[in-house]
Design a protein around this ligand. Structure first.
Ligand code: ADP
Ligand code: MG
Ligand code: ZN
Length: 450
């Protein structure tokens, strides 16, 4: 069989968690609310209603682009993307076509090698990050025996950022790692809850397969729409790769189309043949003036970007001499990283002896409930534990006496010559001291005191 190579590019939609929608004052917090309760003439597309862009949403879009290493062109504009589907009542979506807010970025991914040692790094180029609006939701149902389509416009006009990669990805695992990393960055920036189950982050892999020796992209691609989990994305990609290889092996070029993912069956299914850009009749949105950034606006936004996961991991390894594993786990959630640093700050301030490694261990392995245990409390717990570890003879004596007092039968048994009784008493001492003493020492002391 010839050597095939998959080609994968990703399009990701992220709903921003701004208070209001993209072009009107309606609340963008629609999830779980009664249908059509978050609407106004603008997001219902009533004639004459005028859109006003949401400043926060535009800024967050730009900040995400910056976090992904994009260039922010000085000039940008909104465009109308026309299509006939009733999920947007205007008959078009306000999006960005040829002058998006952010272009030419990149994200570095790390793939763990099979032997868990070798790591492979790879740059995935980001083609663009642009701003658009989400659509309403259609529900196809049967009401009184009739098939009907119900529309909920609460989501219509919610700020939506689209991130588009170059077709640089070659395996479903690379795609999964990229998506997880992007999700991490979005969560760090605090611009979206990126909750896949609620649909606030939606994944669309584009897949094709070529001969490994062929330097050109295949003359087709298949887009799988609206996937809501990293693992489903991986499965859908693998399914498509296999399907394409089978077709290509028979000399058939797969059809360029949009497909859906059917999780129950683990298959993709054809939805529609893919439209071309010209089908959308894009043209500049006449109701919104173009955007021109000043240098100071751009640098101001840049200064608002928090420390991102990769930077934090590197700093944790450098400043605290943590292993990469510990640094990665501690920085997974921003809150955990902050908690760790708070504890470190206090230890340093009080010239404490507790090491970063110990604190990391407590947070990672002992699963200290950081939502309940304050950093002071954690330091106390760690210190108490380590004092027990170097328990004085006095303290041990107290515990041994207590154990003897509490177990008169075992003491009597031992005195009557049953050696096993001593092992039982040693076990009790170990339990009381949480294993912080030497077994032999405990045994000797018990014998002495009996
Ligand atoms: P469209 O205009 O149909 O949206 P684009 O060229 O803008 O297509 O690309 C959309 C996405 O598809 C991008 O993520 C891009 O990387 C990816 N892509 C482009 N060509 C291919 C291909 N041959 N195979 C897989 N993905 C591709
Ligand atoms: Mg597209
Ligand atoms: Zn509205």
């Amino acid at each position: 069989m010839p050597d095939f190579e998959p080609v994968i590019g990703l399009e990701i939609h992220v709903e921003l968690k701004t208070g209001s929608k993209m072009f009107c004052g309606c609340s963008a917090d629609y999830f779980g609310h009664d249908p059509n309760t978050h609407c106004c003439p603008v997001c219902l597309g009533l004639p004459g209603a005028l859109p006003v862009p949401n400043r926060k949403a535009v800024e967050w879009c730009v900040m995400l682009g910056m976090a992904l290493g994009c260039t922010i062109p000085e000039f940008s504009k909104f465009d109308r993307k026309n299509y006939f589907y009733p999920d947007l009542p205007k008959g078009y979506q306000i999006s960005q076509y040829d002058q998006p807010f952010c272009v030419n970025g990149k994200l570095k991914i790390k793939e763990q090698g099979t032997n868990n040692k070798e790591q492979r790094e790879k740059i995935i180029r980001i083609r663009r990050v642009h701003m658009e609006e989400d659509t309403g939701k259609l529900l196809h149902a049967t009401v009184e025996g009739k098939k009907v389509s119900l529309i909920d416009f609460n989501r219509s006009g919610v700020p939506l950022v689209e991130i588009v990669t170059e077709p640089d990805i070659r395996t479903s695992e690379e795609a999964r790692i990229f998506l997880k990393k992007l999700h991490h960055v979005v969560r760090y920036l605090g611009i979206s809850d990126a909750d896949m189950e609620k649909g606030s982050m939606r994944l669309e892999p584009n897949i094709s397969v070529k001969l490994k020796t062929d330097g050109n992209l295949p003359p087709y691609k298949v887009e799988v729409k609206n996937i809501n989990s990293f693992n489903f994305a991986k499965k859908a990609i693998d399914f498509e790769i296999n399907r394409h290889i089978e077709l290509l092996s028979d000399g058939i070029v797969p059809k360029q189309e949009t497909r859906g993912w059917e999780e129950k069956k683990g298959v993709t299914y054809s939805q529609r043949s893919k439209e071309e850009a010209q089908d959308y009749r894009y043209f500049p949105e006449p109701d919104i003036p173009p955007v021109r950034w000043t240098k100071s606006q751009i640098s101001n936004l840049k200064s608002q970007i928090c420390e991102l996961p990769d930077q934090k991991i590197a700093r944790f390894m450098g400043d605290y001499s943590l292993s990469e594993y510990d640094a990665v786990v501690l920085t997974d959630e921003k809150e955990t990283a902050e908690y760790f640093e708070n504890v470190m700050k206090q230890v340093t301030k009080n010239k404490g002896q507790i090491t970063a490694k110990t604190i990391a261990n407590w947070i990672i392995n002992r699963k200290a409930d950081i939502s309940k245990v304050s950093s002071e409390e954690l330091i106390k717990q760690i210190s108490q534990k380590s004092q027990k570890a170097t328990m004085s003879d006095d303290e041990l004596g107290q515990i041994v006496k207590k154990v003897l007092g509490a177990n008169p039968k075992a003491v009597a048994d031992y005195k009557a010559g049953r050696k096993n009784a001593l092992m039982f008493l040693v076990g009790q001492v170990m339990k009381e001291t949480k294993g912080k003493v030497n077994i032999e020492k405990a045994g000797l002391l018990l014998r002495d005191l009996i």
